[in-house]
Design a protein around this ligand. Structure first.
Ligand SMILES: Cc1cc2nc3c(=O)[nH]c(=O)nc-3n(C[C@H](O)[C@H](O)[C@H](O)COP(=O)(O)O)c2cc1C
Length: 386
């Protein structure tokens, strides 16, 4: 049988994902001092057990001041690498490519966790021990009224941030991750350089598109140089700001071409987040697979592999995205949170011969495959009898 496109393995440089399903990076907001703990192991491990081809560790800060909240993961010291290496080992042992998204929150750092208000840290938070910290960005333009005014990074500041990306990349490689993604979306530091609404610089890092892309591309070059040549590099972008005068899809195509020229393998096509939450934002009308057309356009016009994301819920929907050449990989966030075994159930829905159970760890698959045959008998007997 020809495998459904969603279940066709994909080779990326020296590694191969067993299928086209990726767990999208999702902050858990429960780390202490940036360190991963048992929550992160069990949370991420479920998705490897459930059959995903690639499992992304959430946005992991390259600098302590680049965390969104006090609960974010980090990789700004060697001490952070140990617990992440344990997670990478577990993911790989269960057949998934261990992947990590490195990030710097820029002017969206120093925030409350979503369930604490999702705004800038306040005096009330400070009374509870979570003090706001100084934030940096492309320009001294706050996200909105009531938000911290960031310090615009000067030349030594840019060099410090580049070095932090390099060091975190080296640690991620040593920790055993097979895929690395640079977070250049959702209003965080690199996006604040790209978008004309957040970048008001009049030096070489601002102005026209080439100037605004300069620092994110320098970071990507730094990361690519530090990341092993046989491991793939992804970059997540906000394909559009969805705001008047903001970043456009044409800009994204131009950016994707530059990323490709610097050895990026996959562009992960999200949207929004420059002036609020990317998940709840208004960058694009929300509907099932609303960001897929961005992945399709960037793939066609920049000639680079893409990952589609956003309200992808159904196996047939995900399979059609790959089959139609709109994207090479499908990232799923909340639906995997809802159903960690989604890939196994999708395999069954798409008619894989052993209904996907053969792909599962024996601890589960051996039993369920036999139960399935038993159920087939029960149902055929009951329909013959009835
Ligand atoms: C709890 C939560 C945390 C998230 N954290 C991140 C993150 O760390 N990095 C990122 O790029 N996107 C993050 N996102 C966005 C998701 O990766 C994904 O793009 C978004 O949820 C849309 O996909 P979905 O409809 O399949 O959930 C987060 C979303 C949620 C719901």
């Amino acid at each position: 049988m020809t495998l459904p496109p969603l279940f066709t393995p994909i080779a990326l440089r020296g590694v191969t994902a067993r299928n086209r399903i990726a767990l999208s990076p999702m902050c858990q907001y429960c780390a202490t001092d940036g360190l991963a703990d048992d929550w992160h192991l069990v949370h991420l491990g479920k998705f490897a057990q459930g059959g995903a081809g690639i499992v992304f560790v959430e946005a992991t800060a390259v600098e302590a001041r680049g965390r969104i909240t006090y609960g974010d993961l980090g990789l700004w010291s060697d001490a952070h690498a140990g617990p992440l290496a344990r997670i990478a080992r577990f993911l790989a042992a269960h057949g998934a490519l261990p992947a990590i998204q490195l990030a710097h929150a820029g002017r969206k750092a120093s925030m409350q966790r979503p369930w604490q208000g999702n705004g800038a840290l306040t005096e009330a938070d400070q009374a509870g021990g979570e003090r706001a910290w100084p934030v940096v960005a492309a320009s001294a333009v706050p996200l909105d009224e009531g938000w911290l005014v960031p310090e615009a990074l000067d030349a030594p500041g840019l060099a410090t941030v580049r070095a932090a990306w390099r060091d975190a990349t080296l640690r991620a490689a040593a920790a055993g991750f097979a895929v690395l993604e640079v977070h250049s979306a959702h209003g965080y530091l690199l996006h604040s350089f790209l978008s004309p609404l957040a970048n008001r610089r009049n030096d070489a890092y601002g102005g026209d598109l080439a100037g605004r892309m300069r620092f994110p591309l320098e970071v990507v070059e730094t990361v690519r140089a530090a990341w092993p040549a046989d491991r793939p590099l992804f970059v997540r972008i906000s394909s559009v700001d969805g705001l008047d005068g903001g970043w456009t899809l044409e800009d994204s195509v131009a950016y994707a071409r530059e990323l490709k020229a610097r050895g990026v393998d996959v562009v992960d096509c999200s949207s929004g987040g420059l002036a609020g939450s990317a998940t709840a934002g208004r960058a694009a009308p929300r509907g099932l697979g609303f960001q897929v057309p961005y992945a399709a356009r960037i793939r066609a016009d920049a000639g680079i592999a893409t990952m589609a994301v956003g309200l992808i819920l159904e196996p047939a929907q995900a399979d059609a995205i790959v089959a139609s050449g709109q994207a090479d990989i499908v990232a799923i966030g909340r639906e995997l949170m809802n159903q960690p075994n989604w890939p196994v159930h999708a395999a069954r829905a798409l008619g894989l011969p052993d209904r996907g159970f053969g792909e599962w760890p024996q601890q589960y698959g051996w039993w369920l495959e036999r139960r399935e045959r038993q159920l087939d008998r029960i149902w055929s007997e009951s329909s013959a009898g009835g």
